[in-house]
Design a protein around this ligand. Structure first.
Ligand SMILES: C[S@@+](CC[C@H](N)C(=O)[O-])C[C@H]1O[C@@H](n2cnc3c(N)ncnc32)[C@H](O)[C@@H]1O
Length: 369
C-alpha cells in the first residue's frame, strides 16, 4: 500500500524556483480503493486509519457529506476549547482527510457537480490527469473565490487579488494604523516590505508616494501576487521582488524604511501555508541580528504585531519588547489598536481572546554603535 506523502516543504527559499507552490499532484496507484455513494462512513474511516487510501467517484456532494462527517468526528475526539486543541483538532482532521483523494483531469475535478476553479489549469498546466487531496481541493476553491472577487482594504482605491497560498489580512486594524502613520511621514524614497504576502503593505507604501518598494518573501506565490496586482495598477515599475529570508542578499544602503508584519504565533511548522502565521524559536533573534547588521543608523524599522499569543497564554515574552533589551534599536513610537470585532453570539475561546488582543505598530530606529 502506498500512501500519498504529505509534501515536506523546505522553508528556506530556493530562488531558482520560479514555479508557484501548489498542492502536490498525486499519481494514480492500483492499491487505492474507490469511494462510492452509499459506503458506510464509520467503516470507511476505520479503513483510512488502517492507511487505506480512497479515491472519490460519482458525486461531489457525497464526498462533501463524508468530509463534514469527518469534521464532526474530529470535534468529538478533540473538542476545540483553546489554541492547542484547535491545532490538534486540525491535525486530526488532516490525518483523516489525507487519505481522501479526488480525481482531476484536463483542468477540472471530474466528480459530478464539483465546483470548478481556475487554479487547476493555472497551477497544473502540464498534468493531464492526477489525484489531489480533497482538503487541498477545498483550499483551492476557497482561494479562487478571493482571487476572483478581489479584496478591498481601507484607504486603497483598488482591490487586491491574493494568489493561491498567500497570506492576506482578514482584519484591517493594523493596516489602518500603518496607513495613518504613513500619512504623517516625510517623502519616502525606497522601502523594504519584508514578507509581503498579498502585497498589501507595499500598496500602502506606493499610495503614500514611496518612489520604490522592494518586496520580499520566502513564498514565491507572494511575489507573484504582488507583481500581478502591481502590473494591473500600472505600478510595476516602482516595485521589485526578491525571494529571500529576512535580509539575506539584500542591498540596504538606499533604504529609508523597512516594514515587516511577521508571523505572530510561536509554534514550529514545516508547512509553507502556516509559515505566514507561525514563528519558530529563533525567528526574532535571527531577524533582529540581521537587522542590526545591515541597517544604517537612523533607518526606521516598522514592525506590525498582534498580541494574540500573549493574550492566549502561548508565550510570556513579547518578541519586540525583548529585542529592545538586547539589540541596538530604540523605540520611536508605538501605536496600538484593539481588535474591532463585533461581539460574537457564539462564545468561543477565540472571541474571548479578541476582547483583549491588540494590533501594534512599533517604529524602531537603528541606534549608532
Ligand atoms: C503575517 S504575514 C504578513 C503578510 C503581509 N505583509 C501583510 O501584512 O498582510 C507574514 C509574511 O511573512 C512571510 N515570511 C515568513 N518568514 C519570513 C522570512 N524569514 N523572511 C521573509 N518573509 C517571511 C510569510 O511567507 C508571510 O507572507
Amino acid at each position: 500500500m502506498s500512501t500519498p506523502q504529505t509534501p515536506s516543504v523546505n522553508l528556506i527559499p530556493d530562488p531558482s524556483q520560479n514555479t508557484p507552490l501548489r498542492p502536490e499532484p498525486i499519481a494514480f496507484d492500483p492499491s487505492y480503493k474507490m469511494f462510492v455513494v452509499g459506503v458506510h462512513f464509520r467503516k470507511l474511516l476505520k479503513q483510512m486509519k488502517a492507511a487505506e487510501v480512497f479515491v472519490a467517484k460519482g458525486s461531489y456532494a457525497s464526498v462533501l457529506g463524508f468530509y463534514s462527517w469527518l469534521k464532526k468526528q474530529a470535534a468529538i475526539q478533540i473538542p476545540i476549547t483553546d489554541f492547542e486543541s484547535s491545532r490538534a483538532n486540525k491535525a486530526l482532521l488532516q490525518s483523516f482527510s489525507d487519505r481522501l483523494l479526488v480525481p482531476i483531469s484536463k483542468g477540472k475535478c471530474t466528480l459530478q457537480g464539483a465546483p470548478q476553479n481556475g487554479w487547476i489549469s493555472e497551477l497544473y498546466p502540464k498534468e493531464p490527469a492526477f489525484l489531489m487531496r480533497f482538503s487541498d481541493f477545498l483550499g483551492l476553491n476557497g482561494s479562487w473565490q478571493w482571487f476572483k472577487r478581489g479584496i478591498s482594504y481601507p484607504g486603497l482605491s483598488y482591490a487586491l487579488h491574493p494568489y493561491y497560498g498567500v497570506y492576506f489580512p482578514t482584519r484591517t486594524e493594523h493596516l489602518e494604523l500603518f496607513d495613518s502613520w504613513l500619512s504623517k511621514q516625510p517623502q519616502l524614497h525606497h522601502a523594504l516590505d519584508m514578507g509581503t504576502g498579498c502585497g498589501v503593505l507595499a500598496h500602502y507604501l506606493l499610495k503614500h508616494g514611496c518612489e520604490k518598494v522592494t518586496a520580499t518573501d520566502i513564498n514565491v506565490n507572494a511575489l507573484i501576487s504582488l507583481k500581478t496586482d502591481a502590473e494591473a495598477q500600472g505600478l510595476l515599475s516602482r516595485v521589485s521582488v526578491v525571494m529571500t529570508s529576512f535580509f539575506e542578499g539584500l542591498e540596504m544602503q538606499s533604504m529609508d524604511l523597512v516594514v515587516f508584519n511577521p508571523p505572530w504565533i510561536p509554534a514550529e511548522t514545516d508547512n509553507w501555508l502556516d509559515a505566514a502565521t507561525h514563528y519558530h524559536s529563533a525567528f526574532f533573534e535571527t531577524f533582529f541580528t540581521q537587522a542590526a547588521q545591515v541597517l544604517k543608523p537612523g533607518t526606521r524599522l516598522v514592525v506590525l504585531f498582534s498580541t494574540f499569543a500573549l493574550e492566549a497564554g502561548l508565550t510570556m515574552q513579547h518578541p519586540i519588547e525583548e529585542a529592545l533589551k538586547h539589540f541596538p534599536f530604540g523605540l520611536v513610537t508605538k501605536l496600538e489598536q484593539p481588535i474591532q470585532q463585533p461581539p460574537s453570539a457564539r462564545k468561543s475561546w477565540l472571541s474571548e481572546i479578541r476582547k483583549t488582543e491588540k494590533n501594534q505598530l512599533w517604529v524602531l530606529k537603528r541606534l549608532a554603535d
